[in-house]
Structures are given as C-alpha cells and as structure tokens.
Design a binder for this molecule. Structure first.
Ligand SMILES: NC(=O)c1ccc[n+]([C@@H]2O[C@H](COP(=O)([O-])OP(=O)(O)OC[C@H]3O[C@@H](n4cnc5c(N)ncnc54)[C@H](O)[C@@H]3O)[C@@H](O)[C@H]2O)c1
Length: 439
C-alpha cells in the first residue's frame, strides 16, 4: 500500500517509521525543510528512544519530502499528524489540519482515504471530509477516517508497535476494511466505531488521565497537611484493579503537548454546546496551582530567592523527551529569575530547546554535580533516571545549603533520612536530617 504521512512531529514521524517497519512504503511530508533534510540523512529531528535506529533500519521504505503534491498524488492512504495547538480561548486551533486538507484536495489524482491522527474536536472529521471534497481538483473519491493516536512521548515507538488499542472511526465499512489492511501486522485490538465516537475516545482518554493526576495531586496536598504519606496511599489505592496503579504518581502537575490543551479543548467544546464539564474544569484548575507548588514550598525556607544559587534538575515536562511544551520549568524558572536568583540548570535532553527560550541568565550544566556545586537550594522538576539514581549523599557534599525541593518524589524517605539534607517532596513529611542550616 502506498502511504503518505503529513507532519513529522512526535506522532507523524513515529507513525511513518512504524508503518515502514511493518512493510509499508511511506512518504513522510513536512513543510519544515530543516527537518526534512535531517531525516533524509537518517537523523531524527526529535529525541525519542529507538526512533532513529528504526528509521535508519527502514530507510529503503521511507521517503522524506517537502513536496506534498508528489507524496499525495497517488497515495492510497494519507495520515494527518500535524499539530492542533491551543487557541487563546482554549479551543483547538485547526489551522494546520485545515491546511493539510486543502493541500490534499489539490494534490490527489486517485481515490484515497484520509486518516486523521491529530487530536481534533468532535465533528472535525466530518468537516475535513467536506473541505476536501469541496476543493478537489480531480474527479476522485475521498473518505475521511478518524484514527486517534495514544502514544506517550518517551515511549512512542514501543507504544505504537505494541499499542493498547487501535481505534478506527468510519462512516463507510469499506473504509474500515482499508484501515484494517494497513494495520494487519499490528497485534493490538481494533475498535471500529463511527467518527465522532473515535474522536471522543481520544479526548475522554486524555482527560480521564489528566483528572486522575489532578485527583492524586489534591490527595497529596491533603496528605501533607494531615501527615499521611501519598506514596503509601497511592500504593494502597493501586492494588484495587478498579482504580489501577498507573497515573497515581503525585507531583507538580501534568504538562506536555496533550493533556493541558486537550482538557481545555473538551471543556471549551462542552461549553459551546451549553454543557459545563465540571470535573475537567477542576482538573485544569488543580493543575495550574500544582505547577507552582515548589516555588510556594521554597518560601518556607527563603522570603525570596534573590542572590541565591538555585540548582534546577530537569527542564522537560517528563523524562525520555526533549519536549518542553507546558513544562513546569517554564513557569517556575522565570519566577526564580525575577526574584534575582542565580539559576544553574541541568537536563540530559531538553537543554538545547530551553536555551532557545532563555539563551541568557541561566548557566546550563552538563552534569548534576556541576549544577549542585555551591547551591543554596535544589529544585527537581523532572524525574530523569540520572536524578533518581544520583547518590543522595552527594547533595550535602556539593551544596552550600542542602535543601532539596523535589517535585517528582525521586527518593525514598528512608534513604533521605541518612543523607544530611532538608528534603521537601510532594505529599510526604518534610525530612530535616541536618542539625541546622548553615547560613
Ligand atoms: N505528542 C504526543 O505525545 C501526542 C500523542 C497523541 C496525539 N497527539 C496529537 O497528534 C498531533 C500532532 O502532535 P505532535 O506532538 O506530533 O506535533 P508536532 O508539533 O511535534 O509536529 C507537527 C508537525 O507538523 C508539521 N506540519 C505543519 N503543517 C504541515 C503541513 N501542511 N504539511 C506537513 N507538515 C506540516 C510541522 O512542521 C511539525 O513538524 C496533535 O494533534 C496532538 O494533539 C500528540
């Protein structure tokens, strides 16, 4: 089957590469010439474990191009995986999806199926089908199918090759058959439904996970007040298969390119239909507050961070990615700088992207040791393995004042108690195993 994929971001490129791995010939289209040049020479423009290796392995079935006309004109199936960012009012911005749809309409010269993988508001597939059919240049038949993507950044290749489910939303059974053919070598269960239900499955899934995170964060906040331990509480809850152990890690809130915008977009859509999604609104509000939790905690130790050496461990919104979209670091570091702190930061994948936003006034370090040297306080924003595995005894050796404010609960309380540090984490008792803080 001749397949094209529009957009080579986290979803588009992973989709294209995994389809090639399963034997399809795939043209990956992006408007960004720099990205296309990198991919053509076997380099992935994004950091995603195993992606580059798999891409290189399948180069004989992959083509990277900016020439969308060539790629689309005789494709059997065209996947759309471009971004659907948030508009200022919270609704989804469909400018890129509409853009691709128009390009497809003007390019295709034979019957084809257009598959929307981008997360789009319920009803968008219908509108995109109309838009393409209205703008067709050649006399061909086009059908649109919804096939939302559930991969997580950091495990995107694994998630795609071992998907929990493949959701296909169609209005014509023959279109469903074509997609079954595309996915015939994938082991995942296929759920065939209509387009609106498929679109809703994606939003409902993401919003449910966001809700679960905000719920556990609220419980963590209460644990801190009343002296319970959130790790024990989450463990006890997770044994219940009706609840499940996943997404019960308390922290400083969800970030990334999906949960923040997908909660707001569904809330907006419900409002548009005169319905208030109260649970989702609560999840959004809790998350906004949670992102500032570490700065608020720091006020217990310092009235201001002025003149202090601040060490930041982790910049990305989660480990395993270089993506900074909606990362808590982007909210907190500007506050530290406004306060007048001397900020040193470390991240194994996100530093170059952070430098693009803040090229000056932050010292970027290549090791955790260097970051901690002479620091008055350390903030942990991302639970990278390097942070989890870091020898805790080194905090007191390297820092001027070993105060660790951990937004991801990287360490066991029992280990921390032996480490001669002040350790303030989420939903757990604060540990002060120092005699006193040296000024
Ligand atoms: N990132 C995730 O973890 C994830 C997971 C599931 C679903 N999604 C959804 O998938 C969609 C894509 O997300 P992403 O994170 O991969 O986006 P992204 O921003 O990483 O990539 C989008 C790409 O599309 C390209 N593009 C824009 N217009 C184009 C056009 N007309 N033709 C070809 N390329 C074009 C851009 O240059 C960019 O490279 C979004 O709707 C998102 O909500 C993302």
């Amino acid at each position: 089957m001749n397949i094209a994929v529009a957009g080579t971001g986290y979803v588009g490129l992973v989709t294209g590469v995994c389809l090639a791995e399963k034997g399809h010939v795939v043209s990956c289209v992006d408007l960004d010439e720099r990205k296309v040049a990198l991919m053509s020479s076997g380099i992935s423009p994004i950091y995603e474990p195993n992606l580059e290796d798999l891409m290189r392995k399948n180069m004989n079935r992959l083509n990277f191009t900016t020439n969308y006309k060539e790629a689309y004109k005789d494709a059997d199936v065209i996947f759309i995986g471009v971004g659907t960012p948030e508009k200022p009012d919270g609704s989804a911005n469909l400018i890129y999806v509409n853009g691709v749809a128009t390009q497809i309409a003007k390019s295709i010269e034979r019957d084809c199926v257009v598959v929307i993988k981008s997360t789009v508001p319920i009803g968008t597939n219908d509108k995109i089908e109309d838009l393409i059919r209205t703008n067709l240049v050649h006399n061909v038949k086009v059908s649109v199918a919804s096939n939302p993507e559930f991969l997580s950044q950091g495990t995107a290749v694994r998630d795609t090759l071992n998907a929990s489910r493949i959701v296909i939303g169609v209005e014509e059974p023959s279109v469903g058959q074509i997609l079954r053919e595309v996915y015939k070598d994938f082991q995942a269960p296929i759920l065939l439904t209509n387009r609106k239900s498929a679109e809703m499955i994606k939003y409902a899934s993401n919003d449910f996970l966001a809700l679960k995170i905000s719920f556990i964060n609220e419980i963590a906040n209460l644990c801190e007040i009343i002296g319970a331990d959130i790790e024990e509480v989450a463990l006890g809850m997770g044994y219940d298969s009706r609840i499940g152990e996943k997404f019960l890690n308390s922290g400083i809130g969800y970030g990334g390119s999906c949960f923040p915008k997908d909660t707001k977009a569904l809330h907006w859509l419900a409002n548009f239909h005169d319905y208030e999604l109260k649970t989702i609104k609560a999840a959004i509000d809790v998350n906004e507050n949670q992102k500032l939790k570490l700065i608020k905690k720091s006020r217990k130790y310092f009235d201001s961070l002025k003149g202090l050496n601040v060490a930041v461990l982790g910049l990305t919104f989660k480990p395993g990615t270089d993506d900074l979209r909606e990362a808590p670091s982007l909210v907190n570091i500007p506050i530290m700088m406004e306060d007048g702190a001397n900020v040193k930061a470390w991240d194994p994948a996100g530093t170059e992207n952070f430098k693009k936003v803040y090229p000056n006034n932050i010292t970027y370090c290549s090791t955790i040791d260097e970051t901690l040297k002479e620091a008055d306080v350390c903030f942990i924003f991302t639970e990278w393995d390097e942070v989890r595995d870091f020898d805790i005894s080194k905090y007191s050796q390297l820092m001027k004042n070993p105060i660790i404010i951990d937004g991801r609960n990287c360490y066991n309380i029992s280990d921390v108690k032996k480490a001669h540090i002040i350790y303030d984490s989420i939903g757990r008792e604060t540990i002060n195993s120092l005699e006193a803080i040296q000024a």
